[in-house]
Design a protein. Structure first.
Length: 120
């Protein structure tokens, strides 16, 4: 196991070389906290995150490349929220259309696969 640097307060290490060497900026401190939380995950937590990540990353990539979510159309947080909601709606409608088109085919395939019982 490798040693990890954990940021601390200046008062905790007054003789650090270079001076201020054991302190860090607030952004580094936040990243370190998140890193420490992730290192504390169990095997189950890692498995859940791995399954979730491959699903979500593909969706986010599709939204950015095919639906224009990589760049804001208008300025402002409210306008960005509207753009994200419209993008999600468009993607969900495409999924719904694909499911509706494939659903009748799957019913016909199931009927062909099992023989129809004739009454005796």
């Amino acid at each position: 196991m490798t040693a990890r640097a954990v940021p601390s307060r200046r008062s905790a290490c007054p003789r650090a070389r270079p001076p201020g060497g054991c302190t860090s900026s607030p952004t580094t401190r936040r990243a370190s906290r998140a890193r420490r939380r992730r290192l504390a995950w169990s095997q189950d937590d890692h498995a859940i995150y791995t399954r979730h990540r491959w699903r979500v990353e593909g969706t986010h990539g599709t939204a950015k490349t095919l639906h224009g979510l990589a760049r804001a159309i208008r300025r402002g947080l409210e306008n960005m929220k509207i753009q994200a909601l419209l993008t999600a709606t468009a993607m969900n409608l495409k999924k719904l259309a694909a499911a509706v088109l494939l659903f009748p085919c799957s019913i016909l395939q199931r009927r062909e696969a099992r023989p129809i019982a004739m009454p005796a």
